[in-house]
Ligand binder design. Structure first.
Ligand code: SF4
Length: 447
């Protein structure tokens, strides 16, 4: 009898266990650390060109205000701005949008989707919201938008404000719930409590938003197995159209990391990755039992036919994103850009009729292909023919090595045109996506 064993050509890598500091989530490509002020002229050229045929236009508006800074937050947010500063900001956003609206890249397009992110867009008062959105609609009308999405912190939502949010045309309301236990919310620096979540959710249902999403985070400070199960049970009872679950990461600019540094700790005081993956897996199984369908690494929806997430899907297919507001990230005519990340310089530059761009990058055709390929892999499946048609490249050949590795590790199958990532792969997809990066983009801090 032969004792020879068949060696796996690509042995499965050991999974990371403890949560250490750094970015896990891959939201764009090439990584942000490769975007440079020197490349801003590339954006200036892109806005002077007409759009590529059939490229949808989206608008993203960044509202950087929050009631409190959450301990795990890595966004640019302000908790100390008064109403006159907020008005100065929303006026600057309007002016920035006006500057872009006359540029050739618009090419007569109306926004296909609009997204209000932050920060906390629902921090704005009803009057501030109406003024801002009326002005935006004058500049770029939304009447053809398939989706208007709006992020909200439950504690900022009154019945009156939710009614106004619905009236301005929001179709997708995303509630930053994160957890339903008051002690955990408090310990993680959240401003809201469970009572406010339930009240806001009830009002939102009354006003008939097409699509209500609830965001959760697996692995917040002091999260336990029993509490997580209870959070999922309560979420199923609320029955939102969509549930988005992130695994807790600890980027360097979070308060949690600052505390770790001060105490000389390398391991974050949150659940390890294996536990977080197990919790997300549990959540998806429970949601599937309740009739939901898992539609990406992060989302489960009640009715996949009815509940689309246009903003995500268009971005992952290379749409233009005209992004306005401090520190916001956009993509126009093949060039990535980010705005100034400090409040006063941002407002000052806009008021001088200058575009407030901080850094940019024009990816090569190969980098654009990688970007769309890895972002669409987060859906758990993609069509190889799509990439052949769009980029004129056989992606099975271009990505032969990483695809083989993921197959050998048991995460990926290809059947004809369809590539699929199984659940085990999906639960750690952001880590696997690095296999597709160009060598020069590996081993950097992705910030
Ligand atoms: S509400 Fe969101 S944006 Fe604001 S501090 Fe918390 S995590 Fe950051």
């Amino acid at each position: 009898m032969s004792t020879a064993t068949t060696e796996t050509p690509n042995p499965k890598p050991a999974l990371e266990t403890q949560t250490t500091a750094g970015n896990y989530f891959v939201s764009n490509y090439p990584p942000f650390s490769f975007w440079k002020p020197d490349y801003v002229p590339g954006l200036m050229e892109a806005i002077e060109r007409p759009p590529e045929p059939d490229t949808p236009l989206g608008v993203y508006v960044h509202i950087p205000f929050c009631r409190k800074r959450c301990h795990f937050c890595y966004f640019k947010v302000y908790t100390d701005k008064d109403s006159s500063e907020i008005r100065a900001y929303t006026s600057a956003v309007r002016r920035e949008l006006e500057t872009y609206a006359s540029k050739p890249f618009i090419g007569g397009r109306k926004p296909n989707f609009v997204y209000f992110g932050g920060g906390t867009p629902s921090y704005l008062s009803v009057n501030q919201l109406r003024e801002l959105t009326d002005a935006m609609k004058e500049v770029l009308p939304w009447d053809e938008a398939e989706e208007v999405a709006f992020e909200a912190e439950p504690g900022t939502l009154t019945k009156h404000k939710l009614e106004a949010i619905r009236e301005i045309g929001v179709t997708r309301l995303s509630l930053g719930v994160e957890n339903l236990d008051d002690r955990i919310l408090e310990l993680n620096g959240r401003a809201h409590r469970s009572k406010e979540i339930k009240r806001a959710y009830g009002f939102a249902r009354e006003f008939g938003f097409d699509h209500i999403n609830i965001d959760l985070i697996a692995g917040m400070l002091e999260e336990t197995e029993d509490n997580w199960k209870d959070v999922i049970r309560q979420t199923v009872d609320l029955a939102p159209d969509c549930i988005t679950i992130y695994e807790m990461e600890i980027p360097y600019n979070t308060t949690i990391y600052q505390r770790m540094k001060a105490e000389g700790k390398l391991i974050a005081p949150v659940a390890d990755w294996e536990t977080k993956r197990r919790w997300v897996d549990y959540a998806y199984k429970e949601l599937e039992n309740a009739g939901y369908t898992v539609t990406s690494a992060y989302t489960a929806v009640k009715d996949p036919e009815k509940t689309k997430f246009v903003y995500r899907d268009r971005l992952w297919e290379g749409a233009d994103l005209l992004s306005v507001g401090v520190a916001s990230f956009g993509h126009i005519g093949g060039t990535h850009y980010q705005n100034h990340h400090e409040f006063d310089p941002y407002v000052e530059r806009v008021n001088k009729d200058e575009l407030p761009i901080y850094r940019a990058l024009t990816p090569s055709a190969d980098e654009r292909l990688i970007r769309e390929f890895i972002l669409q892999m987060k859906l758990g499946h993609l069509s190889l023919g799509y990439f052949e048609e769009k980029f004129g490249v056989d992606s099975k050949t271009r990505f032969a090595e990483p695809l083989q590795r993921l197959k050998d590790w048991g995460f990926l199958t290809i059947d004809g045109d369809r590539l699929e990532i199984n659940r085990e792969g999906l639960l750690q997809v952001d880590k696997l996506l690095h296999e597709f990066f160009l060598p020069e983009h590996l081993n950097k801090r992705y910030a």
